[in-house]
Design a protein around this ligand. Structure first.
Ligand SMILES: Nc1ncnc2c1ncn2[C@@H]1O[C@H](COP(=O)(O)OP(=O)(O)O)[C@@H](O)[C@H]1O
Ligand SMILES: [Mg+2]
Length: 479
């Protein structure tokens, strides 16, 4: 409203100024043209009279009108005759002689206070000059007048002077009306605009109010709440959509976290209750030395299991918070795989699985050797674990564009279509009954390692036929 007031005020002032200038310049033009008409008329009048007089034999000797008694008479007569002329009703015509002495006046003139119209001035301003003066009437009333004074020059001398006087009260009245109009119109406009503006902003921002109410009620327990999206296509709609998207993501990560904690509790509970059960049974009565050894060995197995979970989780947590420092070096993947072949062979031999290795030499990447070994072993371990005896495990390494591709294929039990999208999730195991098989963290860790190296893992599988895991890691020149 403040800015609008200022703008309107500025424009009103501009408008007022140009209007008043225009009105005054119009009046000046009118005065000027009237003066010209009067001079022409007087001159014609004089000329006719002179010619008539000459024709009548009267000696109308001198041509000059200056200080000419005949001219004075003619001028007075002209003024008397013309004072009723409708063109001259609104103005006062005065004629002065060359000495600035009033010869004739169309109306009684009040005293003009501003007295600047001395002869010198009339003489100097051949084209005439305008003046705004204040007239004081006999009653004491004062009134502004606009005058135009122009000398009539004949033979390089001033013959007479014509002065036209007009009231400016009509202009002043018009301007006064205009001022009044602005005075009323300006505050009303600002006021109405202010009301409409505040109403509009209330209407447009009401969805925001609703959003605020909903957002106030959202907490970890009711992440399902969503903001109502207005039926518009504006920023508020986009804001609501974006906010809802964010809520969905948060809800998803919240429920993932929740499930993670449930799974973890479950994973830890199993070995702990086994430990507890075994110890309780053994403590029930005295046992032999061998029985204690057996128990402690069994206990150790469970403790190792717990330790493994905790270690795996620690690695994952470090990947999550990006505090895991990778010891990046140039690594030849072919050599790295050959280094872990020994372990693979031992694992494969236990189940009579045929292990085929096909490597492209000199596939170099930049990476952390320990972490990459872990990545490959996790996947190869799965391949062997989920492949029955006399199956086949193939590991191939080659370059494809800017990536090293490591493809690990098995002829195992495969993964169903429903399970495939989730196998990289933490604690996810396709077959829940195989409790001892693992914790379902191997692939999550493998994925985190691949991603930390700027790579990725994809899984392809058909239930009953086997699986293929493709690991892509950026080649060294493209890092
Ligand atoms: N080569 C494979 N063949 C069949 N199933 C697999 C294979 N690799 C992974 N899986 C499935 O994906 C799940 C998750 O794997 P992983 O994270 O390594 O957990 P786990 O501890 O069970 O090995 C496994 O439980 C298994 O169901
Ligand atoms: Mg595994």
């Amino acid at each position: 409203m403040f800015v609008l007031s200022l703008t309107l005020l500025f424009f009103s002032m501009l408008l007022y100024k140009s209007l008043s200038e225009k009105l005054y310049s119009d009046l000046d033009e009118l005065l000027q043209s009237r003066a010209k008409g009067i001079i022409d008329s007087i001159d014609t009048y004089w000329e006719t009279e002179r010619l008539e007089a000459i024709a009548d034999g009267v000696k109308f000797d001198i041509f000059s009108k200056a200080n000419n008694i005949n001219f004075i008479k003619i001028a007075q007569r002209w003024v008397e005759e013309r004072s009723k002329d409708p063109k001259l009703v609104n103005v006062i015509v005065q004629i002065f002689d060359a000495n600035d002495k009033l010869i004739a006046s169309s109306k009684d003139m009040p005293v003009i206070i501003s007295k600047k119209n001395d002869q010198l001035k009339s003489l100097n301003q051949k084209d005439g000059y305008f003046e705004t003066v204040t007239a004081e009437f006999k009653t004491g009333r004062q009134q502004p007048l606009r005058t135009f004074t122009v000398p009539v020059v004949e033979h390089y001398n001033v013959a007479y002077i014509v002065k036209i006087i007009s009231q400016v009260s009509s202009i002043d009245l018009a301007l006064q009306d205009f001022r009044m109009l602005l005075f009323i119109f300006l505050p009303i406009t600002v006021f109405v605009t202010g009301i409409i503006g505040s109403l509009l902003s209330k209407i447009t921002l009401s969805p925001v109010d609703k959003m605020i109410n909903v957002i106030h009620n959202i907490n970890a327990k009711n992440m399902k709440l969503r903001i109502g999206t207005p039926d518009t296509k504006d920023e508020i709609r986009r804001l609501a959509d974006t906010f809802n998207d964010m809520l969905s993501r948060l809800e998803h990560s919240f429920s993932t976290q929740k499930k993670f904690i449930e799974d973890l509790t479950h994973e830890l509970k199993t070995p702990l209750s086994i430990l507890k059960g075994e110890i309780e049974v053994v403590l029930h009565k005295g046992r032999s030395q061998e029985e204690y050894v057996l128990l402690l060995n069994s206990n150790l197995e469970e403790i190792n299991r717990i330790t493994k979970i905790v270690e795996d989780l620690l690695i994952l947590a470090r990947f999550d918070s990006c505090v895991l420092n990778l010891d990046i070096k140039q690594i030849n993947i072919s050599i790295l795989i050959q280094e872990i072949t020994e372990i693979i062979n031992i694992l494969a031999k236990q189940k009579n699985i045929q292990f085929i290795l096909s490597v492209d030499e000199n596939v170099n990447i930049a990476g952390d050797k320990d972490k990459l070994s872990r990545l490959f072993l996790n996947i190869i371990d799965n391949a062997i674990k989920y492949t029955s005896e006399y199956g086949k495990l193939t590991v191939s390494i080659n370059k494809e564009k800017d990536f090293a591709k490591i493809v690990i294929t098995d002829t195992g039990i495969g993964i169903s279509e429903e399970d495939l999208p989730y196998i990289f999730d933490r604690f996810y195991r396709a077959d829940k009954s195989r409790i001892k098989a693992g914790f379902g963290l191997g692939l999550s860790i493998a994925k985190s390692i691949a991603e930390a190296h700027g790579g990725s893992i994809e899984a392809y599988s058909k239930l009953g036929q086997g699986s293929a895991f493709i690991i892509s890691l950026p080649l060294i020149h493209s890092i």
